[in-house]
Design a protein. Structure first.
Length: 278
């Protein structure tokens, strides 16, 4: 018996431009492209104004000029002055480099097209001073910088008597760069702690703190005698010992010939008068 195979019929394909899905894809691409163009290149999202609030030391004009310069030099495919895509890290890095007075920076977007900057400025906690020699064989002069609680120097010292003066006579490096940390924050905190407790609880004025090492400082009094202090021993106990020896053995009228009081060792506070042998 003969078998017959039905002939295969080929369905004629429609042209792609008659396919509804094709046009939906094209429409979707156009919408996405238009949205991207609107978000990236439209003037609507361009930064038109920069506002500065909360600044004291750094002027608003200086901040605005530096941010504006950073935005113009940003380059890249996406405009750097687009408020949606601004690089906050680059702006902060540049301002921290130019303005060591700034410890942090809050950047806010305010629609449509306003960039608001709120710098957090460093607060002076002490003066960091060193001795400089003007040329080979020249005179020695004192150079001071204002330092914050983190031990970072951020501007030249103005000789403010309200700030404790820390003197590091062993400093032998070159120029001090503003924005650099000169003293470890924990060490500085101990220095200021004992300085504050001695000046607050005792009738003693400290002229300067001599920074010997991270374990020891010498508080130089205005009266002309020194206090040897350990930064690794109990500070409250050292202040207690100093108070006891001053009240019992060294009232103000007997301190004219005093050389130093030693607080670093044991339970006593031995003192030395000028002319006494060690």
């Amino acid at each position: 018996m003969k078998s017959y195979r039905r002939p295969h019929r080929f369905k004629k394909k429609k042209p792609i431009f008659k396919n509804r899905f094709f046009w939906l894809v094209i429409l979707g691409c156009l919408l996405v492209s238009g949205l991207i163009y609107l978000l990236v290149f439209s003037d609507f999202f361009k930064i038109k104004q920069i506002e500065v609030t909360g600044n004291e030391e750094v002027t608003a004009d200086d901040l605005i000029n530096n941010v504006d310069k950073e935005l113009k030099e940003g380059g890249g495919i996406i405009p750097s002055d687009n408020i949606l895509f601004i690089n906050k890290d680059n702006i902060k890095e540049e301002l921290f480099r130019v303005f060591p007075q700034i410890s942090d920076l809050v950047i806010e977007r305010k629609w449509p097209g306003i960039l608001r900057l709120r710098p957090i400025e460093r607060q002076g906690a002490a003066l960091f001073c060193i001795d400089r020699r003007s040329g080979e064989g020249g005179d020695i002069h004192e150079e001071c910088f204002v330092m914050d609680r983190e031990g970072i120097v951020f501007k030249p010292g103005d000789g403010s008597p309200s700030l404790p003066k820390i003197k590091q006579e062993s400093f032998t490096e070159g120029e001090i760069k503003l924005g650099s940390q000169m003293i470890d924050a924990d060490v500085l905190d101990k220095m200021l702690n004992i300085y504050g407790k001695i000046t607050a609880s005792l009738d003693i004025k400290i002229g300067e703190i001599s920074f010997v090492s991270e374990e020891m400082v010498i508080l130089k009094t205005v009266e002309g005698w020194d206090i040897y202090v350990s930064l690794i021993k109990d500070i409250d106990w050292q202040v207690t010992k100093l108070k006891a020896v001053l009240e019992n053995y060294l009232p103000p009228e007997k301190r004219n010939n005093l050389e130093y009081v030693e607080l670093r060792f044991g339970n006593l506070a031995p003192f030395k008068e000028k002319g006494d042998e060690e």
